[in-house]
Write a protein that binds this ligand. Structure first.
Ligand code: HEM
Ligand SMILES: [Cu+2]
Length: 596
């Protein structure tokens, strides 16, 4: 029976009938679950594209000047399948941009944020469903702009994912392709900002009765803090992109200086400031949701409450705040004043304190638990290990004197791939294996899932471990033919082996693709059931798999935190080792007797 609080909530969020027209239901849908899946499809597709580009880069480093097998002649007909220097520029540029903005972000934030926020806080939909739809469609537009850039005369963008001026102005990279990609960054920024406003508002306004801030699952904390960062910092990137577009198309010179400028010109360093004021928070934007997901998944599969939940929440908040104060560590070599540099260095090292709290709490959570090694748990553990390496190597780079040597080497590339490619990508996979039954009503195959895990975990470790080593030995990043330099020639073997591992890593993703399609479209697939992992949060315990259009038949009344696992009391009353966040426990038979 509904309590007064629930009745109030239900009046505020009435059940709307599900639209019947196909295009309203699946295409221009305002249902957060459909939009979440749309982001998922769009993101996974581009992940494949971005991953394919990484393979081409690795091919070039293993076998420079040799035609790319199978697809070479198709992709680069003019050069007989060989990757040329200009093409190479566009490969690493679009690989980085696609992976960050058009693949991992839509999956980790677009798909999980949309799908999970209303379900985990007990709401019927987002606060602004229509804005949510616009967010997806503007995102799709940005993806199309990227695709269009490949069809331009001078080819797509080639100024690196950071799009540094003056390289990214007409002086460095003329042509429509680069312009379209900068426009795509702007449009995707618009999409993210709309999403962020929606996420922030939804969590503040639509939490079910009883869902206090300290009862929010960590996944929601991660997504919410990410949305806060997005709302604050994406506009900074947007303004940088806009000024850059003016420079390219309307003759302004915000970022052009020196010989190619008139009347004094502008300042390319300003671009770097604008980019990294956004760019550093961006790395936390991409990791906070993954941290949140890990916090929840590790608890469920250890059958233990998350260790020191408040500590983790505090640490996540601290990281969010500090992430705005460290961006200068990307610019130590721009000649900033040593005092400023030391300030940035200090904050950078300080951020490892809350990060360590997060990691230690994961360790304490699994410590002494009854671990279940299903695929989501394997991915969670793998993410933890790989992200750990990423975090530790970041300490080297945060130190000014070390960074002078390591800057722009493959050590940096190894470091950020351990955090982003390993941390965010594997974190996203953790979430996907975990929530897949909720999204599609079916469970992914465990055997294929485990194969996918081992290929990904070992592959990522070996590929990016190889990059760390090459970088430590001095190999610079972004080199078309690294072996032109005598001091790098000794690293030929290392580079080739790293490429072999990368090919294996890529091939291993096939296990996922097969699993995904087989499970979603295959016939005779088993239904997963409402709560296959015996989890506690609302999406598992207060509704069905997949949830109905209106999410909850009744808005749940939340009575406890998200980690009621292995409590002896619950065990005694229900015979289970967990209780849902809105579950009413049976009254104890002896309590009714009023005994002493
Ligand atoms: C499939 C696994 C991946 C492999 C084998 C791979 C490999 C590479 C390689 C070889 C480079 C060129 C480094 C350089 O020359 O500077 C690179 C650059 C980059 N990658 Fe990846 N990558 C992978 C996945 C990812 C993911 C998932 C992300 C993001 C979430 C990502 C983000 C980037 C970025 C931002 C750059 C820098 C591009 C630039 O220099 O402008 N990569 N990657
Ligand atoms: Cu940074």
């Amino acid at each position: 029976m509904a309590t007064p609080a629930q009745a109030l909530w239900e009046a505020a969020q009435p059940i709307h009938p599900q639209p019947t027209a196909f295009w309203r239901r699946y295409v221009f849908s305002i249902d957060h679950k459909v939009i979440g899946k749309q982001f998922l499809w769009a993101g996974l597709l581009f992940m494949l594209v971005g991953g394919g580009m990484a393979m081409l880069i690795r091919w070039q480093w293993a076998f420079p000047y040799r035609p790319v097998p199978v697809v070479g002649r198709l992709l680069f007909p003019a050069s007989g399948g060989v990757i040329g220097p200009a093409t190479y520029q566009t490969l690493f540029t679009t690989h980085g941009l696609i992976m960050i903005f058009f693949a991992v972000t839509p999956v980790l934030i677009g798909a999980f944020g949309n799908f999970l926020i209303p379900l985990m806080i007990g709401a019927r939909d987002m606060a602004f469903p229509r804005l949510n739809m616009y967010s997806f469609w503007s995102f799709l537009l940005s993806q199309l702009l990227v695709l269009a850039s490949f069809a331009t005369d001078l080819g797509t963008a080639g100024a690196g994912w950071t799009t540094y001026a003056p390289l990214s102005t007409n002086v460095g990279t003329p042509g429509l392709g680069q312009t379209l990609v900068i426009l795509a960054i702007f449009v995707t920024g618009v999409s993210s900002t709309m999403g962020a406003v929606n996420y922030v508002t939804t969590v503040i306004r639509l939490r079910a009765p009883g869902m206090t801030w300290m009862r929010l699952p960590l996944t929601i904390w991660g997504l919410w803090l990410t949305a806060v960062l997005n709302a604050l910092f994406i506009p900074v990137l947007g303004s940088a992109a806009l000024l850059l577009l003016f420079d390219r198309n309307f003759g302004t010179q915000f970022f052009v200086a020196g010989a190619s400028s008139v009347a004094g010109g502008g300042d390319p360093i300003i671009y770097q400031h604008l980019f990294w004021i956004f760019g550093h928070p961006e790395v936390y934007i991409m990791i906070l949701p993954a941290w949140g997901i890990l916090g929840d998944v590790l608890a469920v599969f250890s059958r233990k409450p998350h260790h020191w939940y408040r500590g983790t929440v505090g640490a996540l908040v601290a990281v969010t705040v500090l992430s705005a104060l460290v961006y200068g560590h990307h610019m130590f070599l721009t000649g900033m004043s040593p005092l400023l540099g030391e300030g940035f260095m200090l904050f950078t090292l300080v951020i490892s304190v809350p990060s360590m709290i997060v990691v230690l709490n994961w360790l304490f959570t699994i410590w002494g638990g009854s671990l279940r090694f299903d695929t989501p748990m394997l991915f969670a553990l793998g993410t933890m290990v790989l992200f750990g390496v990423g975090g530790l190597t970041g300490l080297f780079l945060g130190d000014i004197s070390m960074d002078l040597y390591l800057h722009d080497t493959l050590f940096v590339v190894g470091h950020f791939h351990f955090t982003m490619a390993a941390g965010s990508f594997m974190g996203a996979m953790t979430g996907l294996y975990f929530w897949f039954p909720k999204m599609f009503g079916r469970r992914l195959d465990e055997r294929l899932g485990k194969a996918h895990f081992w290929f990904s975990f070992l592959g990522l470790a070996l590929v990016f471990g190889g990059q760390l080593l090459a970088g430590w030995a001095g190999q610079q990043r972004r080199l078309f033919d690294p072996f032109q330099y005598t001091f790098i020639q000794g690293l030929r073997g290392l580079n080739r082996w790293t490429s072999y591992f990368a090919f294996a890593l890529f091939a291993g993703q096939l296990a996922f693709v097969v699993n995904f399609f087989k499970t979603v479209f295959g016939r005779g697939q088993q239904q997963a059931g409402d709560n296959p992992w015996q989890a506690t949060t609302l999406e598992w315990t207060a509704t069905r798999s997949p949830p109905p259009f209106h999410n909850f038949d009744h808005i749940p009344l939340v009575v406890r935190g998200p980690y009621e696992l292995s409590s002896p009391e619950v065990q005694r009353l229900t015979g289970r080792d967990f209780a849902g966040q809105a579950e009413e426990l049976p009254v104890r038979p002896d309590a009714a007797a009023g005994g002493a």
